[in-house]
Design a protein around this ligand. Sequence first.
Ligand code: DAH
Length: 347
Amino acid sequence: MSADDPTQEVSSLVAAGIERIAGSATSEEVRAIHAELLGKRSRLAELKAGMRDMDPQDRKDLGAELNRTRIELERAVDARIAELASEERRVLLAAERLDLTEFQGHVDPGHVHLVTQTWERLEDVFVGMGFTVATGPEVETDWFNFEALNLPPSHPARSLWDTLYLDTSDLPGVGDQQLLLRTHTSPVQVRTMLRSVREGDGPPIYVVCPGRTYRQDTADATHLPVFHQIEMLVVDRGITMGDLAGTIETFTKAYFGAELTSRLRPSYFPFTEPSAEVDISQPDGSWLEVGGCGMVHPNVLAACGLDPEEWSGFAFGFGIERLAKIRHGLGDIRDLITNDMRFLEQF
Ligand code: DAH
């Protein structure tokens, strides 16, 4: 490199600098090389300062070369910085990447919860027996949950249900209707009868009503404060207690298998007369109570706008968790809500 030929020296200084820039690893390094080459104390600055002592032609040549190489150098700096930035982004993205296909084939995709499976199977069985499915709200009025079901406000049987009432004092528009979480699916009977009168020509009605129900109860091996029931309502002409017993027995065989059987024990419910408790035989020969049933009380038919002289019907309400307990031999129904995968995965 000759000090006698400054133009030549500029070219080689810049060419070496461009090579270093291309090999640099970070944008800080690139900027440092750039400053080192063009800074006040750099050799290029010194050569530039020497221009004033040169003859015009040499000065012109050197000036042109300094301009050309400065532009070349700046392009190299910008290009390398852009290259490093995209490389840094690529590394960062690779590190933070979520591979959504990574676990395919290795992870259990999950399955329907046993309570939902039971609910769906029950619907299938009853639809197969010719019933349709009806639903109603989980928040009910006192009238639907109790009064229309022959349970006036002072009725002592109300204490059979530990009701969760809603405080609606700061909910505008609710008025003085007492709202509650339904304690059973029986209010759906009332809604179904009223709808059949309002929208059609009344009965015949053959429906099942599955749904969630609530009671102010402490959970134990056979009770949950939030649980599920499936209600049945039949209203037609000439319906008898024999139809009720036969329907329950047909259901028992269809849902549990031919070896299991049902029995009715006399009982009391305000909305049915006569009333009975329903037991299903367990595989070990003992009996488990699954719910109540009976002939729809004339007061209930009348409250729903049906003439008890013309229509008769039967109803039942079963606990869905109880049915699952028998069918799957569960020990403690609290296992259904504790979300222990070792339990849930068995079904
Ligand atoms: N609703 C009752 C309860 O939850 C169960 C029941 C009894 C339902 C008799 C009925 C019935 O439809 O006829 O305790």
